[in-house]
Design a protein around this ligand. Structure first.
Ligand SMILES: *Cc1c(COP(=O)(O)O)cnc(C)c1O
Length: 426
C-alpha cells in the first residue's frame, strides 16, 4: 500500500505546532511516547465486547490481560475496589453513570455550565439536560467559591436523585463531606466528576472524593496525562443506593449496573489499544516521577496566579488550589474571544471561558482559562511562569499591535526550544 503522505504530513505539522508554542489549555497535556505507541498498536484490530474473562468474541486472552492491568493499576492509584476503564471519553463515562442510576425525567443537580460546570452535568444542549430534569447550583458572587448553601437549598427543594460535583473551570477544591451530608439528607447519590484535577487527587494534593462520593468519573487525558478516554470508579460499598435501606452488597450491585451501562448500554467494543495506553499511563502515575510532576503542577499554578494578581489580573476566587486559573478580563477591556485570538497569534494557546455572572455570551465571554498540566509536562517550573505572565500581559495590553504580537511569538518559539517534546520523533 502507498504511504499516505497527506495524513502524515499533517501529523508532522501538528507535532511542530505542539513543539513551538506554549500550551495553556487546562484540559490538555502531553501523554508519554510509550502511551502513544500503545495506542498506535495492533490492539486496535481486536473486538472484545464484554469484560475480561467474559467476552462475546474469541481470541481475547491477551487483551484480557491488558485491560486487567489497566484496571489493577487504576485501583492501586486511587485505592479503590471498582474500576471500569472502557469509556471512550469523559462524556461517555458520565453518560454510563447516568444510564445506570437514572430514568428519563429523573432530577439531577449539578454545577451550572456558566459557573464552571460541564455540558454533561445537565446542560440543555447535552443529552443530560434533554433526558433528565436538570437543576443547578452556582458559585458565590463575592468569593467565586461553590455556594454550598445554594446547593443545599436546591437539593431540599428539588429532591434530585443524583447530585453531581466537579467542574471544568473551577480553581478551588471541593468539600465532598458537606456534599455527602446534603445528599444523605434527601437520600440522593453523589457523583464526583474529577476529569480535571484527577492527577492531583491521585497524589493526595487535593481532598479525596472517594470516601464521600458514591461514584467517581474521570477523563484520562487531562492531568492524568494518559490517552484520550474516560474511567468510572468506586472505592467502597455504600448503603441505600435507591432508598432501599436493607440493600447490602451494593458495591457489587452497582458495579454490575455500571458495567452494563457502559457495555451494552452506551458502547459496543472497547478500544483495547486506548486501554493499553491507559495502562501505560497508569503505570507512570504510580512512579515518584509523576508525584513530582503533580506537585510541580500545583506549585506552577499557584505561582502563575500570584504573578497575574501582581499585574492586576482579576482571578476568580483570588487564586487556585489546583492546576488552573480562571481570569476575568473585564478590567482589562478585552473580551475572552479577542484575548484568545491575539494570544494564539503569538502561539500562546488557551481558551476563552465564561466567568461566573458573565454578561457576555459563551461565544464571546469575559474570561480566559489558563492551565499548567501541559507546560509542566514540558518541564516548566516556577521561574518559567514569569516568562508566561510577561508574554501574556504584553499580548493582552497590545492585542491589536501586530509588531508586539510578532515579537512575543518569536520569543515564545525561542523559549520553547529549551523544552524538547518527543525528541525521539526527530
Ligand atoms: C473534560 C471534561 C469531561 C469530558 O471529557 P471528554 O473526554 O471531552 O468527553 C467531563 N467532565 C468534566 C468536568 C470535564 O472537564
Amino acid at each position: 500500500m502507498q504511504r499516505d503522505t497527506q495524513v502524515f504530513e499533517l501529523i508532522g505539522k501538528e507535532l511542530e505546532r505542539q513543539r513551538s508554542g506554549i500550551e495553556l489549555i487546562a484540559s490538555e497535556n502531553f501523554t508519554s511516547l510509550q502511551s502513544i505507541q500503545a495506542m498506535g498498536s495492533v490492539l486496535t484490530n481486536k473486538y472484545a465486547e464484554g469484560y475480561p474473562g467474559h467476552r462475546y468474541y474469541a481470541g481475547c486472552e491477551i487483551v484480557d490481560q491488558v485491560e486487567q492491568l489497566a484496571i489493577d493499576r487504576l485501583k492501586q492509584i486511587f485505592d479503590i475496589e471498582y474500576a471500569n476503564v472502557q469509556p471512550h471519553s469523559g462524556a461517555q463515562a458520565n453518560a454510563a453513570v447516568h444510564l445506570a442510576l437514572l430514568q428519563p425525567g429523573d432530577k439531577i443537580l449539578g454545577l451550572d455550565l456558566s459557573m464552571g460546570g460541564h455540558l454533561t452535568h445537565g446542560s440543555p444542549v447535552n443529552y443530560s439536560g434533554r433526558l433528565y430534569d436538570a437543576h443547578f447550583y452556582g458559585v458565590k458572587k463575592e468569593t467565586g467559591y461553590v455556594d454550598y448553601e445554594q446547593m443545599e437549598a436546591q437539593a431540599q427543594k428539588i429532591q434530585p436523585k443524583v447530585i453531581i460535583c466537579g467542574a471544568s473551570a473551577y480553581s478551588r477544591d471541593w468539600d465532598y463531606k458537606r456534599i455527602r451530608e446534603i445528599a444523605d439528607s434527601i437520600g440522593a447519590l453523589v457523583m464526583a466528576d474529577i476529569a480535571h484535577p484527577a492527577g492531583l487527587i491521585a497524589k493526595k494534593l487535593l481532598n479525596d472524593p472517594f470516601d464521600y462520593c458514591h461514584i467517581v468519573t474521570s477523563t484520562t487525558h487531562k492531568t492524568l496525562r494518559g490517552p484520550r478516554g474516560g474511567v468510572i470508579m468506586m472505592r467502597r460499598d455504600f448503603e441505600n443506593p435507591f432508598g432501599q435501606k436493607d440493600n447490602k452488597g451494593n458495591l457489587k450491585l452497582m458495579s454490575s449496573l455500571l458495567n452494563l451501562a457502559v457495555f451494552p448500554g452506551i458502547q459496543g467494543g472497547p478500544l483495547e489499544h486506548v486501554i493499553a495506553g491507559k495502562a501505560v499511563a497508569f503505570g507512570e502515575i504510580l512512579t515518584d516521577e509523576y508525584t513530582q510532576y503533580a506537585k510541580q503542577m500545583q506549585a506552577n499554578a499557584q505561582y502563575l496566579a500570584k504573578l497575574l494578581v501582581n499585574k492586576d489580573y482579576n482571578i476568580i476566587s483570588g487564586g487556585t488550589d489546583n492546576h488552573l486559573v480562571l481570569i476575568d478580563l473585564r478590567n482589562k477591556n478585552i473580551s475572552g474571544k479577542k484575548a484568545e485570538q491575539a494570544l494564539v497569534k503569538a502561539e500562546i494557546t488557551c481558551n476563552k471561558n465564561m466567568v461566573p455572572f458573565d454578561d457576555k455570551s459563551a461565544f464571546v465571554t469575559s474570561g480566559v482559562r489558563l492551565g499548567v498540566p501541559a507546560i509542566t509536562s514540558r518541564g516548566f517550573v516556577e521561574k518559567d511562569m514569569e516568562f508566561i505572565v510577561d508574554s501574556f500581559d504584553k499580548i493582552i495590553t497590545h492585542s491589536e499591535d501586530e509588531s508586539v504580537i510578532a515579537s512575543v511569538k518569536s520569543e515564545v518559539n525561542n523559549y520553547m526550544k529549551n523544552f524538547p517534546l518527543y525528541p525521539e520523533l526527530g
